[in-house]
Design a protein around this ligand. Structure first.
Ligand code: ASP
Length: 416
């Protein structure tokens, strides 16, 4: 019998998870939330288990396989420029929509009272700590971790990336006999990690089913209603970014048909959607772009970097959320304040980790920067999870577009 393709299996799991979450959640007919939680956790654990060795081996092999120092610098610069540019465009898209539709104003009055801005409990605050950046400068400090093993165990990818980049760079300076041993070793580790990724993906449909059913059973749909306008604006801006901004770039610069590319990336996008973690999705993203012919030397450099520093969906969300709260408080939002929001959203989106709800801490930083109480964050929590699922998929989409675009430009450069 022909096996159903994995992305279809994941999609079916996703659809089934909604009624399952409603009828078999903690308040449903039978409480199966423990089972959902187990299925989801085992899948997430397995993904997280792969991430550190995969990132390290991907970057080391990627960098050490780049033929010249000039090639390395050129690709690095292009990648970073692409990431900054698309994040900036994403933020602007959000900013324009939030200014036009003003979700924080209801019938001409700031929505503060209607929304009953609630404060966060100490427990919620402590759960958020360590997921994002407390200060903007810590982004730079994280690039040089004092202890790489601690960075690895805490999932501080930025530090691991710096270390792996330098490590890979110096492999190329070794004498021939040491160099070939190192190259063989790291290429082997990388292949092993891809093999393990394939294995883990076989349980993806069950993991997705557990994760989404649990979310549905916990959040429900009623609580989403009051914040619907805010959520719809975020969704519209995210869709615009995916189907217009990045698709145009993918088509014109990456020489790829956006819908074809989206189909090739469907497994990664669905995994991002259900795990809300771009770091955990990285193995899938690498697999997806490899299938459409992006060479390893590009994907292994561009994608781990992207999963860490390129978060278009996150940047967009941070901007819309901060503007929404400012509107709800009835603030007179000056140009200067909007500029601050844009810049801080850009910087913090580089620094937040690719894990669920990481944006929330970044939003606190923005609120502080413009002088609003961070208790307003309680408001966002209600709709955060479903929006997190979407923005994470957008983060992963933009990373994968980056891989195609950088690959096309590297090709044209080497053909010249
Ligand atoms: N969950 C997002 C990611 O992993 C980060 C965030 O926006 O909270 O990409």
């Amino acid at each position: 019998m022909k096996r159903v393709a994995l992305h279809w299996q994941i999609l079916v799991a996703l659809v089934l998870s909604i009624p399952l979450g409603i009828f078999f959640g903690s308040e449903g007919l039978i409480d199966l939330s423990g089972v959902f939680s187990f299925m989801g956790s085992i899948f997430l654990n397995a993904l997280k288990m792969i991430v550190v060795p995969l990132i390290i081996s991907a970057i080391i092999t990627g960098v050490s396989n780049i033929s010249s120092e000039k090639g390395f610098a050129r690709m690095g610069l292009k990648t970073i420029l692409y990431y900054l540019f698309t994040s900036f465009i994403a933020i602007l898209t959000g900013l324009v929509l939030v200014n036009i539709f003003k979700p924080g104003i209801i019938s001409g009055v700031p929505a503060r009272e209607v929304l009953a801005l609630s404060s966060l409990t100490a427990e919620q605050m402590s759960a958020l700590e360590g997921k994002g950046t407390n200060e903007i400068f810590t982004i730079f400090l994280r690039m040089v971790p004092p202890n790489i093993f601690k960075a690895a165990s805490e999932g501080q990818m930025l530090g691991l990336i710096t270390f792996s980049l330098i490590f890979g760079f110096f492999i190329r300076k070794l004498s021939e006999n040491y160099k070939s041993v190192q190259l063989n070793f790291w290429n082997g580790v990388y292949d092993i990690m891809l093999g393990i990724t394939n294995l883990v993906m076989r349980i993806a449909p069950l993991g997705v089913l557990g994760l989404v059913a649990l979310t549905v059973s916990q959040t429900g749909f009623d609580s989403i209603m009051p914040l619907l306008k805010f959520a719809l604006i975020v969704i519209a801006a995210l869709l615009f970014h995916v189907f217009v901004s990045t698709s145009l770039m993918l088509y014109s610069l990456g020489k790829m048909k956006p819908l074809f590319y989206m189909k090739a990336m469907s497994k990664a996008l669905l995994t991002a959607f259900s795990t809300s973690s771009s770091s955990a999705t990285l193995p899938e993203t690498i697999e997806g772009v490899t299938q459409v012919g992006v060479p390893k030397r590009v994907s292994s450099f561009v994608l781990p970097l992207g999963a860490t520093i390129n978060m278009d969906g996150t940047a967009l969300y941070e901007c819309v959320a901060a503007m929404f709260i400012a509107q709800a408080y009835g603030l007179d939002i000056s140009f200067g304040m909007q500029l601050t929001i844009v810049l801080v959203a850009l910087l913090t989106s580089i620094g937040v980790a690719g894990v669920p709800s990481a944006s929330l801490v970044a939003i606190v930083i923005i609120l502080k920067a413009i002088g609003l109480p961070d208790t307003a964050l309680g408001l966002i929590l209600v709709v955060d999870r479903p929006l997190d699922m979407l923005r994470t998929a957008v983060n992963v989409w933009s990373d994968s577009c980056g891989a195609a675009i950088i690959s096309a430009s590297e090709n044209s450069q080497s053909n010249n």
